[in-house]
Ligand binder design. Sequence first.
Ligand code: HEC
Length: 157
Amino acid sequence: MTIRNYFPSAFLAAVVAASVFGGSRMSAQRPLVVPSLRAAMFVADSAKLYTETQAAEGAKVWTATCSACHESKDVTSADFKTKWVGRSLFELYEQIRTTMPDDGPGSLTRDQYLMSVVYIMKLNGLPAGDTPLVADSVTMSALKFELPAPPPSPIAP
Ligand code: HEC
């Protein structure tokens, strides 16, 4: 069984996508490439990809489980951002789901893993909105982390 089959509905994915692609940021070519001026890691820097309720659930998971081994800087530091640039939300979710907690990989529910990803988004300064993040592999794979483009080199031709 693939994750795709496990999680539902193109409809939900479409709802999430609509919120991501909505408004003035809509772009057929590069829908999620919204370079940030801040040092934030997320492509859709201002996209509202999760709800406060989910973030609160994620904070509970973090406090109950993750914080035994992690400080929040483990998932907000420059090292973390550099490591995750170009990779997707789904990869992060899958990595956490299959490797964490370090002393019991896979021991949480899928929803708890998803909420921990949401909490990491919150820790990185992404805003909450009205549409919950759904654990849809296609949607989450399309959401990639990106760092701002480097400034032009002063010695470039
Ligand atoms: C028992 C200790 C322990 C617990 C509990 C734990 N982790 Fe980890 N985590 C580690 C260790 C050790 C590493 C680094 C080694 C590795 O990648 O396997 C790590 C690595 C990570 C990474 C990769 C960081 C990077 O730089 O890419 C993420 C993300 C992560 N943990 C998230 C979580 C989340 C979310 C939870 C709670 C659901 C959690 N961890 C719970 C020990 C733990």
